[in-house]
Design a protein around this ligand. Structure first.
Ligand code: NDP
Ligand SMILES: O=C1O[C@H](COP(=O)(O)O)[C@@H](O)[C@H](O)[C@H]1O
Length: 508
């Protein structure tokens, strides 16, 4: 892999410590970093190179998925780390940084390939891009790339403004917009599963699929992020980016040997085919919720408006559920239900595909015991795929007995999302990053919801912490004759449905 200088804005921040350093370390151990690799950490704090390396080491010992046991290996990894004080608005700091980088590139005879990673608040993105250009940092004879954290804009217009600004310094093919859900191993597998399995390809349409349910439930509340979260809510924090990316990844139809260009083109087509939501229809298609006090795993927790630094009068959404339709030949008339929220009963991110039951409609047999076929992609915290089928119960002839075929990976060495994403960006592979077209179309689709929320044109439904969200979220599916799978209120059904289980765990 080509020699690279990794320039990290926000090197003293939370994300760098929890995700970026552990990801770099694991890539180093797996020999997936370039042979010549230097990191320049940046922040306003005065930190010596030694203190910086010590803080990186601390973060590895605290957050790395691998135990840090080989000191020699660790020292070798840390030897590439340097720190420079930089205030994003101080032009002279960029000049100083350029001098340091050039010197290092010369010392090591490195090709001048520069990866700029913006792990700072979005209010700094434009200033940094401008200063990279004006200081000469971006004028390299090697490649330059930009990795940029979310949020990418606050609404459609601000996202367009930001993109226009960034494009003065970086070409679209140099911009790697991170959506960490695209780095999750199961999400990355969706593409391969579809491309390489004719069985799935054959079933992937409105002919066989009744509905699709995409869930990202969290147990955590607003935590220490009140200032950020109260301005964005679940709709901007999760729905506009992660949830719509999951929808795109699930709904695309990919021919064999698709390239990254094909993937992006098909994702764009999905977004273009999403039936637009007019503001007056938001209320019937979208459920807005906010958590009240309750209990999570047996521990009492306060309601959203009693969280530190959240105003008592806040109408912010901590939950959103929506019904979407893709108007193309594959998905016409298949509802896609999406929901995500904080302080819910359990942490679970999954996609459930519920298949149609044509036989049930056609035959007169008493088949109340039969359950729909389900294909379930468990994304996190556990990763797995399961398929629910019907068979006969040998003890109660005439009754159906569901079986579940379960595949769960029990590998402990699965790379984390940030490892996958940093690795891909170092290789210049954009497949699992959000292209501007997707980001723009996502904001465009979401904008009427933002407007309706802002004008309070949609009721704010309250739900108890530790539940599965407001009752109106269930009603959204009940109207079509469906229910959310795997919620506790359908647990009996799920237990009944369990029948026999065939589990397949693999270490491969
Ligand atoms: N933390 C997380 O889990 C996630 C974070 N993100 C995004 O990542 C980005 C960083 O988040 P996070 O690490 O949590 O934020 P933190 O507040 O923990 O860190 C912010 C970083 O920015 C630096 N910084 C702040 N002001 C300036 C300035 N004027 N000049 C130079 N550097 C500055 C700080 O360094 P210093 O104080 O030394 O100046 C610090 O290193 C944000 O965009 C966030 O939305 C996205 C997904 C998850
Ligand atoms: O981007 C974000 O994601 C996390 C949830 O990520 P996960 O990988 O734990 O599912 C969410 O908690 C956070 O609010 C949001 O900003």
């Amino acid at each position: 892999m080509e020699a690279t200088t990794f320039v990290l804005f926000g090197a003293t921040g939370d994300l760098a410590k929890r995700k970026i350093y552990p990801a770099l370390y694991n890539l180093f151990i797996d020999q997936k970093l370039p042979q010549s690799f230097s990191v320049f950490g940046l922040g306003r704090r005065e930190v010596s190179d030694e203190a910086f390396r010590a803080s990186v080491e601390h973060s590895l010992r605290t957050f790395s998925r691998r135990e840090v046991s080989d000191q020699e290996q660790l020292n070798s990894f840390l030897s590439g780390f340097r720190y420079s004080v930089l205030d994003v608005g101080h032009k002279e700091d960029y000049k100083k940084l350029l001098g340091m980088i050039e010197q290092r590139e010369k010392e090591l005879d490195l090709a001048p390939n520069r990866m700029f990673y913006l792990s700072v608040g979005p209010e700094f993105f434009e200033t940094i891009a401008t200063n990279i250009k004006e200081s000469g940092l971006g004028a390299t004879s090697g490649w330059k790339r930009l990795m940029i954290e979310k949020p990418f804009g606050h609404d459609l217009q601000s996202a367009r403004d930001l993109n226009e600004h960034l494009s003065k310094t970086f070409e679209e093919n140099e911009v790697f917009r991170i959506d960490h859900y695209l780095g999750k191993p199961m999400v990355q597998k969706l593409e391969v599963l579809q491309q390489s399995n004719p069985v799935l390809q054959a079933l992937w349409s409105n002919r066989y699929i009744a509905n699709v349910q995409i869930t990202a439930n969290e147990t955590v509340g607003v935590e220490e992020r009140a200032g950020y979260y109260d301005k964005v809510g679940a709709v901007r924090d999760m729905f506009q980016n992660h949830m719509l990316q999951l929808l795109m990844m699930l709904a695309i139809h990919l021919p064999k040997n698709s390239t990254s260009k094909d993937v992006r083109f098909k994702k764009k087509m999905v977004m273009e085919s999403l039936e637009p939501l007019e503001k007056e229809h938001v209320q019937s298609h979208v459920v807005r919720g906010q958590y009240d006090a309750g209990s999570i795993q047996g521990k009492p927790v306060v309601g959203y408006t009693s969280e530190p630094s959240i105003p008592q009068s806040s109408m912010n959404d901590t939950f959103i559920a929506a019904r979407l339709q893709i108007d193309d030949v594959f998905w016409r008339d298949v509802p896609f239900y999406i929901r995500t929220g904080k302080r819910l009963k359990e942490k679970s991110t999954r996609i459930v595909i519920e298949f149609k039951e044509p036989l049930k409609q056609q035959t007169k047999v008493n088949d109340d015991t039969r359950v729909p076929n389900l294909l379930v992609f468990e994304i996190s915290p556990n990763e797995g795929i399961s398929l629910q089928l019907n068979t006969r119960d040998p003890q109660h002839k005439g009754e159906f007995k569901p079986i579940q075929i379960d595949f769960h990976s029990i590998r402990s060495d699965v790379p984390e999302a940030y490892e996958n994403l940093i690795h891909d960006a170092l290789h210049g592979d954009p497949t699992f990053f959000a292209h501007w077209d997707e980001v723009e179309l996502s904001w465009k689709w979401v904008q009427p919801i933002l407007n309706a929320f802002q004008e309070n044109a949609v009721p704010l439904h309250h739900y108890s912490a530790g539940s599965y969200g407001p009752a109106e979220s269930d009603a959204l599916l009940a109207r079509d004759g469906y229910h959310w799978w795997f919620d506790s209120k359908t647990e009996k059904e799920n237990t009944d449905a369990k029948g026999e289980q065939y589990a397949y765990h693999t270490n491969h």
